[in-house]
Design a protein around this ligand. Structure first.
Ligand SMILES: Nc1nc2c(ncn2[C@@H]2O[C@H](COP(=O)(O)OP(=O)(O)OP(=O)(O)O)[C@@H](O)[C@H]2O)c(=O)[nH]1
Ligand SMILES: [Mg+2]
Length: 399
């Protein structure tokens, strides 16, 4: 069993969510220039890169899930192509409710933004649209949705439906449970915003601030600045990436098209390309037109360091969500009884301890946890040890 996280692709219609999804998963999902091409969310498997640990032990790993290319493990994670969101969704406009339901099943979001400025807020063709408006709109839309749910919780609390000694965080955690929050988190956020623990004292601003904080905590987000293969997008990116008002956001320049083209060419045996790399090699016979097309893509990937699809996925999972890749290993060699070497790489939640890791292997192993061993140093690790990225750990358990 591997801990599974879900990355959600969100954004207004026609920004390239399905193109990104297809590029990342190489599945065939309908895509097109028309709004609402995607009616149902598609869930697929994408991969994130983790530097393999086996070479440090002079071994070659044999992954049981995902695959190995060179020294890089491609570890599977779930990717969700969410229906396009239009303004007013929190009031049920467009596919609003569907969107919100799908969204609740995700742990972290990639907000795909059309940086070319060639689609308006509804996803219809236009020119010179400022991508900053899309960034603002999505955040506002989510905040309003959270605010609506928060206000229901406040109402319930005020009307005394809750048991007598329930504190506000208990009521709100229950009301907002679909957002995967809990009492401790609400308490922490109420404290951080400084609105105090008596909701009767909260004015509109306080409620909005709190709703926004809960949204930011439960739906962390990275922005994929898509369609960067166009000069318009590149010009917009130059401007927005240095705009102090948007400094707090993580933006990854990205071209879903370039990634799709390279993967397709790689599948056809025309290029040698490892997803996420900053270059590729033409190895097959290509026509002059194909070569010209590929050289154009090369110009883009070398300038921006990659197509950005891998980067966006990894930034979301590792940097924004804080997931930690951990290899279950053996202190006396990495192979198991089936002759597999370092077959698994677990993606565990941030701040996981050695004991949490044991539980993610199996509940029995967690129950019988004695200690863990750092396979690189053979050091013993207690149950409170916080796992680090790329740890190779053996758990010693009575079970
Ligand atoms: N130039 C360029 N065009 C892109 C890129 N990604 C997507 N597009 C185009 O943008 C349009 C919309 O792409 P989709 O992937 O269908 O967009 P979507 O966000 O899934 O749209 P909805 O499902 O309607 O919400 C299509 O014409 C794509 O070919 C890209 O990286 N570069
Ligand atoms: Mg789509």
């Amino acid at each position: 069993m591997t801990t599974s996280h879900r990355i959600g692709l969100v954004g207004k219609p026609s920004v390239g969510k399905s193109s990104f999804f297809n590029a990342a998963t190489m599945n065939d999902v309908p895509e097109g220039a028309y709004p609402f091409t995607t009616i149902d969310p598609s869930v697929g498997e994408a991969y994130v890169r983790v530097e393999d640990a086996a070479p440090e032990f002079d071994e070659v790993s044999t992954p049981s899930v995902g695959y190995l290319e060179g020294d890089v493990r491609f570890v599977p994670t779930k990717l969700v192509d969410v229906a396009g969101l239009i303004p007013g969704a929190h009031e049920g406009n467009g596919l609003g409710n569907q969107f919100l339901t799908d969204l609740n099943e995700t742990d972290v979001l990639i907000h795909v933004v059309d940086f070319s400025g060639e689609t308006d807020l509804e996803g219809e063709p236009t020119e010179g649209h400022d991508p900053r408006r899309d960034i603002d709109f999505l955040e506002t839309e989510l905040d309003q949705w959270y605010l609506g749910v928060l206000e229901k919780g406040i109402e319930r609390y005020a009307s005394g439906y809750t048991t007598e000694d329930d504190a506000i965080e208990v009521e709100l955690a229950e009301q907002m449970s679909a957002f995967k929050t809990n009492e401790d988190e609400i308490k922490r956020l109420v404290r951080r915003t400084g609105v105090g623990f008596d909701p009767a004292e909260w004015d509109d601003d306080d409620r909005r601030t709190l709703a926004r904080e809960i949204r930011k905590a439960t739906k962390p987000m990275v922005i994929a600045a898509n369609k960067m293969d166009t000069p318009e997008a590149q010009a917009n990116f130059e401007e927005i990436a240095t705009d102090p008002d948007y400094e707090h956001l993580t933006m990854v320049p990205c071209s879903a098209h370039a990634e799709q083209a390279l993967k397709t060419a790689a599948e056809a045996g025309v290029v040698d390309y490892r997803p996420g790399d900053d270059d590729f090699e033409i190895v097959g016979d290509v026509s002059d037109a194909q070569r010209a097309g590929l050289e154009q893509i090369r110009e883009f990937v070398t300038a921006y360091g990659a197509t950005g699809v891998q980067n966006a996925l990894e930034t979301a999972l590792f940097d924004v969500l804080g997931v930690v890749p951990v290899f279950p290993g053996g202190a006396n060699g990495l192979g198991n009884e089936r002759g597999e070497v370092l077959p698994d790489c677990y993606l565990v939640p941030p701040d996981s301890t050695a004991e949490d890791f044991a539980y993610s292997l199996h509940s029995d192993i967690g129950d019988g946890f004695l200690y863990a061993i750092d396979c690189r140093t053979n050091r013993q690790l207690g149950k409170e040890y916080t796992v680090e990225p790329r740890d190779v750990i053996e758990v010693v358990s009575t079970n």
